[in-house]
Design a protein. Structure first.
Length: 330
């Protein structure tokens, strides 16, 4: 920094202001300092700055399932928001959420000297009774239970499931079947509970829940079972990939969508508009979830009060996989 100051003919304090992005430097002076930095190959020493400021400009992310569409979209938004705020990311993927796994992930992140952590684990395993999160470090939890004192950011799962179920009932279907996600998933639980609540409030029968594992294969297997039931005219499926499997099963059985079955998915994956027929679904705003989580964490790092729980709204996207129920032939 002293070499840069001598080359640019300014004080070391001015070089420091430029290196730290301060705006109280004359534009011509700033240009002269930047030119001197380039000539000398100067790069600000992030470790030294961290020692002086107490900030490392780094965020840790602990998450499951890098193959999940929603998780990857959320992570992408977190990364974009972090980059815009001048933070880097240290990613720790996990295969399970045991106490030792989560504690180990925090230990590894401490080696990276992060300013805060975002936890993207949506299973029942992440429960305050089982997982003790370390104190003294800003934390935001994404898509999990509300049992933590940390800020929690989540999609409004109940709103989405309500929209899906009401849409099918409003089309004249006597009831709506449901293919749920795994039992250990908080998201699946909230969607399942909202579906059941709507049926009960509307006085509709509540069919047996069919449980899948988020994959198209499980949707296909359960769809084969559903296709044998002529009373099943409408189904709300907990994600788009399982809905695709259900549609294939009905096609193989010689039954058509939506003439024989109206179907609503959840997520609005990019391919949903190109299913045949195009899939009616609930759109999640994974970008909003990631951005909100990162902003909440930065606010914590900067000493602001935790924001509590934030629910990102969903919306119903109506396409061709749902239709008014045809009258029964007598």
């Amino acid at each position: 920094m002293a070499d840069v100051a001598r080359r640019a003919g300014v004080s070391g304090q001015t070089v420091s202001r430029v290196a730290n992005g301060r705006d109280n430097v004359d534009p011509l002076t700033r240009d002269r300092v930047i030119a001197a930095m380039r000539e000398l190959g100067y790069r600000p020493n992030s470790a030294a700055r961290a020692l002086r400021s107490g900030r490392f400009r780094s965020i840790g992310v602990i998450m499951f399932s890098l193959s999940s569409y929603g998780n990857m979209r959320t992570l992408d938004a977190i990364a974009s928001e972090a980059a815009g705020a001048g933070y880097s990311l240290a990613l720790i993927p996990l295969d399970s959420a045991t106490q030792s796994d989560v504690s180990g992930a925090f230990d590894r992140l401490s080696e990276h000297a992060v300013d805060g952590v975002i936890i993207l684990i949506e299973t029942h395993e992440l429960d305050e009774a089982e997982i003790a999160l370390p104190t003294g470090l800003p934390v935001v939890v994404v898509d999990s239970s509300a049992r933590y004192s940390y800020p929690v950011v989540d999609t409004d799962q109940a709103q989405g499931a309500t929209l899906a179920t009401e849409h099918l009932l409003d089309l004249g279907h006597e009831t709506v079947w449901h293919i749920s996600g795994p039992q250990e998933s908080y998201a699946a639980e909230r969607r399942r509970t909202a579906w059941m609540t709507v049926l009960q409030e509307r006085g509709a029968p509540v069919p047996e829940v069919l449980v899948g594992d988020w994959t198209a294969e499980s949707g296909h297997e359960l769809g084969r079972h559903l296709a044998e039931n002529r009373e099943a005219t409408a189904v709300f499926v907990a994600n788009d990939h399982m809905a695709l499997g259900v549609m294939r099963a009905f096609h193989e059985r010689g039954r058509t969508v939506p003439a024989d079955l109206s179907i609503v998915g959840f997520d609005d994956v990019p391919e949903a508009a190109n299913f045949w027929p195009p899939l009616t679904t609930i759109r999640q705003r994974f970008d909003r979830v990631g951005e909100s989580a990162m902003r909440a964490l930065i606010a914590e790092i900067e000493g602001q009060s935790p924001s509590g729980r934030e629910l990102v709204p969903t919306s119903l996207v109506i396409r061709s996989s749902t239709a008014v129920r045809a009258p029964l032939l007598t």
